[in-house]
Design a protein around this ligand. Structure first.
Ligand code: ZN
Ligand code: ZN
Length: 588
């Protein structure tokens, strides 16, 4: 095991994850890493969302760095296909060692690299109370005797995220030599646009790290990239380093990849560490940009609220449905007027964000939906899909942290009140199943539904360009399938700008099953990543229409707070509180 870690670190330190394309941040992205790297689905993964209220104070010895830190050394900066790796030119015999911080023994500096995102509000891997920073710097260390790996992580903050007062206050905390040293770094690193591009630069590590190294969070996690090796000691410093937006922007524009993993569930039980080592790399295709005010890339969900303030409001959709925290309430069944079960013509149009299906005929008023505790009679407006970069992502809502391969929205509106109600269905790829599950789940989806969606996909996958459209006859009841009795209900918003609130959401529990090839065509032909991630629930209640609910196997998701006052099971929540004691928060 130690040998293996050593090989891993060697590859980190040379910055040469050799070519291959079995992982990236897109079609072979974080959600499917575990297909090739089983450890990525293990229980002590990084990054995490640091919930500050749940951290525990512990007193740590300060970090101590050897004197050579404050001297200038030669570094090699190399684009390894995932990030820019900075390694110290070790032929120069200096000593870059780290002790203290309650680490076990003396650690050698190995390399440093950055994670950044598609805009100034995303890019960090760790989050603090759900807040993302504009990026994250990782300084990697290894104890040469034990081969233990420790990572020091520092958040990168864009001044664009700060008010003028905050800017004055925070930049005062970032010493000018730190700002200058990073400027020198960015001036050079932004030109390393292609994998294997390499350059040399003299840098001062101490300046790069800044001097706010007293307050940090500590936990045990994993590498945030495949093979996701666990047993890594993480130190995340509380104070970010502040950057001008232009420096970060050059990185995004020139060396563009979205190279960060989202927070992983924080689990209790330790699993024995097994290691799987593979060597890899891949290039990443930038997002499509439509020249509009919003998209899912550089003008993505994290910055929608700049232009559409409602997107930062308190009743937003989608959400992660924590099944343990839902409240049972009986609902009358939905009733659909006869037009739903007839075959009608629909226009399917690529609107630059998704494919929208609208009724193409004279009798719009004949599509009436009642029941399901909706107020009054609702009319069908359109249906559209959300999908993702691979078969384990694409749904907007999640259930206990699980993403589905996609999500279908049937949008309805009450013409009298203007209220909008969306019926949402999860799309599941059979690739997510074992053979037994496939047989069992496929039995729940009628042949009619499978065939209707096949007809849809055969046509819709050809609408590859903005404004492409066609007309297709479809039967809405067939598309919806017949598992419409079990659902979750809550009050939310549109999941796209302007993020209007007051939307009644119904998410059906049983997904519709698709063959992977149908979904794969969509991804390949009509490629965009068109889904928003879950938003905070705040004090909203999620109701369920069925009595017996299953709990998540991940304790974090069984921990309810806020208005979801009737958790199905209190025990997991209490276990969670104990687990959170593992966190430690040092403040001076
Ligand atoms: Zn990293
Ligand atoms: Zn939608």
């Amino acid at each position: 095991m130690r040998v293996v870690i050593f090989i891993l670190l060697l590859s980190l330190s040379t910055g040469s994850f050799a070519s291959g394309n079995d992982w990236n941040y897109q079609n072979e992205g974080p959600d499917v890493w575990s297909d090739s790297y089983p450890l990525c689905a293990a229980r002590l993964q990084s990054p995490i969302d640091i919930k500050t209220a749940c951290t525990k104070y512990l007193s740590y010895k300060p970090f101590q760095f050897t004197e050579d830190y404050s001297m200038v050394h030669n570094f090699t900066l190399q684009n390894n296909g995932h990030t820019i790796v900075g390694t110290w030119n070790a032929s120069y015999s200096a000593s870059l060692k780290l002790v203290g911080g309650d680490l076990n023994g003396s650690f050698d500096f190995v390399s440093f690299h950055l994670h950044w995102g598609e805009n100034y509000r995303s890019g960090s891997e760790h989050q603090v109370n759900g807040n993302k920073y504009a990026g994250e710097i990782h300084f990697i260390y290894m104890n040469p005797k034990t081969h233990q790996v420790a990572v020091l992580g520092i958040f990168m903050e864009s001044v664009r995220n700060l008010t003028i007062n905050e800017t004055v206050e925070k930049t005062a905390r970032s010493p000018s030599y730190t700002i200058d040293e990073w400027k020198r770094y960015f001036d050079v690193a932004q030109y390393l646009k292609k994998p294997d591009n390499t350059t040399n630069l003299s840098l001062n590590l101490s300046s790069l790290m800044g001097d706010s190294l007293n307050d940090f969070w500590r936990y045990e996690g994993s590498l945030t990239t495949p093979p996701c090796t666990e047993g890594i000691i993480w130190t995340i410093f509380r104070e970010p380093i502040v950057f001008t937006e232009s420096e970060l922007e050059s990185f995004r524009t020139n060396v563009y990849f979205e190279d960060y993993r989202d927070p992983q569930p924080f689990n209790t039980t330790e699993m024995p560490i097994e290691l799987f080592i593979f060597v890899t790399t891949a290039l990443v295709v930038p997002h499509a940009v439509f020249g509009e005010l919003w998209n899912y890339g550089d003008l993505g969900p994290d910055v929608w609220s700049d232009t559409y303030p409602l997107c930062a409001s308190r009743s937003q959709s989608p959400i992660n449905i924590k099944t343990a925290c839902t409240t049972f309430q009986p609902f009358l069944p939905f009733k659909f007027s006869s037009s739903y079960s007839k075959t009608n013509n629909f226009t399917l149009q690529n609107n630059g964000h998704t494919i929208v299906g609208q009724y193409f005929g004279n009798d719009t008023a004949s599509f009436n939906l009642t029941g399901g505790a909706l107020n009054g009679t609702f009319r069908f407006v359109n249906f559209h899909l959300h999908w993702g970069e691979n078969y384990k992502s694409g749904s907007e809502h999640q259930v206990n942290g699980k993403k589905y391969a996609g999500e279908i929205h049937f949008v309805h509106r009450n013409p009298d009140t203007g209220q909008i109600a969306v019926l949402g269905m999860f799309m599941e790829s059979v690739r997510n199943f074992t053979i037994h599950e496939t047989i069992e789940k496929a039995a729940k989806v009628s042949v009619t539904t499978v065939n209707e969606w096949k007809r849809y996909f055969d046509v819709a996958e050809q609408l590859t360009q903005y404004e492409n459209k066609t007309v297709l006859n479809l039967n809405l009841v067939s598309l919806m399938g017949d598992s419409l009795s079990d659902f979750w209900r809550y009050a939310g918003s549109l999941t796209t700008p302007p993020c209007t609130e007051g939307i009644i959401w119904t998410m059906f529990r049983d997904p519709i099953i698709f063959t992977e090839s149908e979904l794969a065509s969509f991804r390949t032909n009509v490629y965009f990543e068109d889904y928003r991630g879950p938003q905070p629930l705040y004090d909203r209640i999620v109701y369920r229409s069925f009595e017996n609910e299953t709990l998540s196997t991940i304790p974090e998701y069984n921990c309810c707070s806020g208005a979801s006052k009737i958790p199905l099971e209190l025990l997991p929540c209490i276990a969670m509180k104990f687990l959170l004691l593992l966190f430690s928060h040092v403040s001076k």
